[in-house]
Write a protein that binds this ligand. Sequence first.
Ligand code: NAD
Length: 256
Amino acid sequence: MARFTDKRVIITGAAGGIGQTLVDLFCREGARVIASDRQETALNQLIQIWHQKGYEVMPYAGDLAQKDYCESLVSSAVQQLGGLDILINNAGIIPRGTILETTDEMWFSAMNINLNAVFFLCRAAIPHIQQAGKGAIVNISSVWGTQPGPAHVAYCTSKGALACLTQNLGRDHAGDQIRVNAVCPNEVNTPMIRSGFERRGLDPDAAIEQLNQSVPIGRIAEPEDITDVIAFLASDDARYICGETIAVTGAKPVCG
Ligand SMILES: NC(=O)c1ccc[n+]([C@@H]2O[C@H](COP(=O)([O-])OP(=O)(O)OC[C@H]3O[C@@H](n4cnc5c(N)ncnc54)[C@H](O)[C@@H]3O)[C@@H](O)[C@H]2O)c1
């Protein structure tokens, strides 16, 4: 059954591992989507594939570190779609290092993209979702935000603050029938994690095979394991869930 027929949706990070899968899922279920990413060429190539599948999806490329882009993403979506029902804040970056290894640039990038962009997008989007009468926002935090893992101080801090922002908005806007929730994955098999292995000179497939053994359910997550939970939270099936941070981990605790 199509859960998102004619829903007007913004998805950020749409050219990434989880983002591509999200666009596919929401469009398959009838949504009309504005796909945002800073990788303009990759986004335009994906748009062609999505249009061949008959999806109603339009690109809006830009850099979420820029407040102007965040605000224009919402206004442009509202103009093109005729309103807004759902916002999925999926884009993110993962600067790695202890505080002693974290430069100003790494710290401010993590805060700007993982946290401040979500603030700007939610602040711009909520009045439009209020106007729609009800809707949902789903933020992609991380279990590394709620229980920090080792040597990722900027990433964990930004994702922890994002979890807290989610709880705040969930409380403040439940009365508007806007449900704000976050998904907190552990490791997911996407370019984000694979590029980290490559940078360390490791073969990503072999490294993921080894990582799989650390997960009680037997493997790290594939994007679909996460996007199914995001879609559930955005759908009416989750109509009474507000301000929650949902861990999706295959029972793997944060360790190290
Ligand atoms: N992969 C994991 O193990 C994992 C675990 C927990 C949480 N997450 C979170 O899931 C979300 C999606 O991650 P993913 O694994 O698909 O990563 P990914 O790197 O495959 O995709 C992230 C996307 O965000 C886009 N992006 C980054 N910075 C941007 C900016 N300044 N402006 C616009 N777009 C920008 C990138 O271009 C990319 O397409 C992120 O928020 C990430 O922190 C991922």
